[in-house]
Design a protein around this ligand. Sequence first.
Ligand SMILES: [Zn+2]
Ligand SMILES: [Zn+2]
Length: 246
Amino acid sequence: MPYKACIKQKSGKIHDLLRIFLPLECPVCGGVPFDDSPNMLCAGCFQQLQFLQPPYCPMCGGELHGFLDVCESCLVNGKRQWDGAFSAFRMDGLLKDLLHKCKYEKQPDAGYLVGKLCLMAMADRMPQVDYIIPVPLHWTRYLMRGFNQSEIYAKVLSEGTGIPLCHALRRKKYTKQQAKLDRNERKSNLSGAFSIFDSTILKKRAILLVDDVMTTGATLSAAARTVKRAGASKVYVFTVARRQRN
Ligand SMILES: [Zn+2]
Ligand SMILES: [Zn+2]
């Protein structure tokens, strides 16, 4: 576990007082958060998380196994539209439940918790960028859900790193869920899906695009292509979790 050092129980009167006034319990099991901050996991739940371990695939940010320079999925999917990719967790267990809670059970608090965990995972490998841009939802989907989960993760990363958040990217086309389509349908589904509000903002800027999960990377590719066409010098992508077979 890379973050064992974080799991120290703090003690003292201030923390005892905080516990009286703030809802400090672990949102999963009701235990005491390992760092005594509100809406944080207890040590037991934290240890269930599966942080991705190096070496990482440079094309998708997932884990590399074997002797190849890129993962199996990137070999199949070919060159990406971005300059580097980062991911924090395996799409499994507790993390999968938290993402599900946020996205489908409409619990943004689970999203803020995941955002804080991403910040820990990225502490020593955050790329040098000018702006963080969440992958946007189409406005109809935004209205249905009430929030954009990627925006929550992007916001927490922005607050934790001081890198400004930018909302220059817009989803102008209502796309079907990629998972329900075949390979060809996926490509046409995302064609023209994104546009830019004001491209002058992005000229010669390095950008980090943030999304929740990468499966094939087609959505992020379409978003990255749009940002690059608007003049961005570098585009990196970050996903909370990388769905990998191996
Ligand atoms: Zn717990
Ligand atoms: Zn890969």
